[in-house]
Design a protein around this ligand. Structure first.
Ligand SMILES: *Cc1c(COP(=O)(O)O)cnc(C)c1O
Length: 322
């Protein structure tokens, strides 16, 4: 396997991202502190460029392309935040981005990806294989395929969010991190181990798709069908090889949150903190609200990564009204 990324790689990523990514705020809320019985710091990646932490990993990966890679461009398959992140990073670095997206993807997402300057290659999700299309583009046109999480440069970039949080608020007793394929969690673990060695880092995935939890318990990567959950940014079917190697070595545990818990957290962010957070971005708070006492973390200093805010407003309104 490729060498695992290290904390030094996170620090190097932070240098590349300086002036390109926002240093997002670490917000606190007295109401959250009172409700959770802890001192809570929210790292607001919903306020990151393009609306999610994924910009960090995408930019860090593209910034390391050599001349030939820059010329041939980047390709990715994604209908979510990774697509928009690569599109924006490509535009900033003058690297052409091609995103393979399903023909029936939400029009707003297609428009946003094109709006950042990417070429969208549509495919039929029932008859075509997006990974194969992407590999063909990579082979025939020399494009570099950047996966959404299982890549050392992507992981190092994602780790810069926790790096900033720990720099800004100091050491923490625990950190709650949304988990899909594990890029954000693995990067966070690298940063936390170096800057706050006693911090317990928890991954949080949707209850309906607890492959990460099962992987950790069994010691090998568990594959599941696409889970049915409101957390569309964490509908991954399995962890990555690199992300799992870091996660199993370092994580305190992997927790889950139900759709009902996500909606409650989403409403808390909107009502109390005036933040628009997408359901996946609510995973950390949802688990912290339910588990803090059981984990013996009351009265402690807690970090919660609010991973993104890209939610269609009509959908957001209907979730608030539930
Ligand atoms: C991609 C994504 C996640 C999951 O990140 P992984 O690196 O795949 O674990 C969580 N929240 C949001 C908003 C995302 O876009």
């Amino acid at each position: 396997m490729t060498d695992l990324p290290s904390f030094d790689d996170v620090v190097a990523a932070a240098r590349r991202l300086h002036g390109q990514a926002h240093r997002t705020p670490a917000l606190s809320s007295r109401t959250a502190n009172a409700q959770l019985g802890a001192e809570v710091f929210f790292k607001c990646e919903s306020l990151q460029r393009m609306g999610a932490f994924k910009f960090r990993g995408a930019y860090n990966a593209l910034a390391q392309f050599d001349a030939a890679q820059r010329k041939a461009g980047v390709v990715a398959f994604s209908s979510g935040n990774h697509a928009q992140a690569l599109a924006l990073a490509g535009r900033l670095l003058s690297i052409a981005a091609t995103i393979v997206m399903p023909r029936d993807a939400p029009p707003a997402k297609l428009a946003a990806t094109r709006g950042y300057g990417a070429t969208v290659r549509l495919y039929d999700r029932y008859t075509e294989d997006r990974e194969q299309i992407s590999r063909e583009l990579a082979q025939q046109q020399g494009m570099t395929l950047i996966p959404p999480y299982d890549h050392p440069h992507v992981i190092a970039g994602q780790g810069t969010a926790a790096l900033e949080l720990l720099e800004d608020v100091g050491e923490l007793d625990a950190l709650f991190v949304p988990l899909g394929g594990g890029g954000l969690l693995a990067g966070t673990l690298l940063a936390a181990r170096a800057l706050s060695p006693r911090c317990r880092v928890y991954g949080v995935e949707p209850e309906a798709g607890n492959d990460g939890q099962r992987s950790l318990r069994s010691g090998s990567i568990v594959h599941i069908p696409t889970p049915d959950t409101l957390a569309d940014g964490a509908q991954t079917q399995h962890l990555g090889q690199i992300t799992f190697a870091i996660i199993r070595r370092e994580v305190a545990d992997i927790l889950t949150a139900s759709d009902a818990d996500l909606v409650q957290a989403l409403r808390f962010f909107a009502e109390r903190m005036k933040l628009v957070v997408e359901p996946t971005g609510c995973l950390g708070l949802a688990a912290a609200r339910r588990e803090l006492e059981r984990l013996g973390l009351q009265g402690r200093r807690i970090g919660i990564i609010v991973s993104g805010g890209n939610v269609d407003l009509a959908r957001f309104a209907s979730l608030l009204a539930r």
